[in-house]
Design a protein around this ligand. Structure first.
Ligand code: NAI
Length: 214
């Protein structure tokens, strides 16, 4: 395992985008690309692209460009997408069910083992072939199945409490969709998806444009 701990998070946060574009290129049977061409597609400058990819040892060759397949595989490895992870969803409402129904995550190694809820009408149901279980069994289930990631899709009022139960069960990571900043011990990695924050930026930009147009 190579050590990328000195690579800045700003670079890491751009990797999923490179990964997505490279996948599209492979699907179009493009096997080789220069940083200039990649720049036109992605919208980062060519020098930014060379700098970013150099952090990982530089996959490009002068006069040849990048080997798309190799770069795709390497970035996938850096992102840990060559591994598998076990996950559970807590909160099997609209969002929890939508995520459970989304097939792409499994392709990247995220295996959904179960959903948990407190609503007796939901407990016992299945989403695709995955059971909705009673929240009471959360800790037992996580330990028995060595669940690594908890996905929080509960109302925000209970998200902190759920996060603490996940932390006490020794999950490694939490993917939090509730619009609150949960607090857990720092060994546990938290990644938040705050959709409304993104929407508010859209709102700001729309307003700014209207103001400029008078
Ligand atoms: P929902 O009301 O459809 O689902 C919430 C589910 O959580 C319900 O089934 C409820 O029984 C369950 N629940 C309540 N307390 C619980 C607990 N202590 N443990 C386990 N389950 C519990 O709500 P929805 O729309 O699915 O939203 C869930 C969360 O995701 C909310 O925090 C919401 O703000 C956030 N969110 C939802 C989006 C959406 O598109 N629906 C988008 C972005 C964020």
């Amino acid at each position: 395992n190579r050590d990328f701990s000195n690579v800045s998070m700003a670079v890491i946060r751009r990797l999923p985008k490179y990964h997505r574009y490279l996948k599209d290129l492979l699907e179009k049977e493009v096997y080789r690309i220069s940083s200039r061409e990649l720049s036109k597609l992605i919208g980062f400058t060519a020098s930014q692209i060379r700098q970013d990819l150099n952090c990982f040892g530089g996959f490009g060759q002068q006069g040849y460009g990048y080997n798309v397949e190799e770069l795709y595989q390497e970035i996938g490895k850096i992102l840990g997408l060559n591994k598998t992870y076990t996950t559970v969803i807590i909160g099997a409402g609209n969002l929890g069910q939508a995520i459970a129904n989304y097939p792409s995550f499994i392709k990247y190694g995220f295996k959904l083992m179960g959903l948990f809820d407190i609503n007796p009408k939901l407990i016992g149901m299945k989403i695709r072939d995955i059971d909705i279980l009673d929240l009471d069994y959360l800790e037992e289930y996580i330990s028995k199945n060595k669940v690594e990631i908890g996905i929080i899709c509960t109302p925000k009022e209970v998200a902190q409490e759920v996060a603490e139960r996940l932390a006490d069960s020794n999950v490694k990571g939490i993917w939090n969709f509730a619009p609150v900043d949960i607090k857990v011990p720092k060994e546990i990695i938290v990644e938040n998806v705050h959709l409304s924050e993104s929407l508010f930026i859209l709102s700001y930009l729309l307003n700014e444009k209207e103001n400029l147009q008078g």
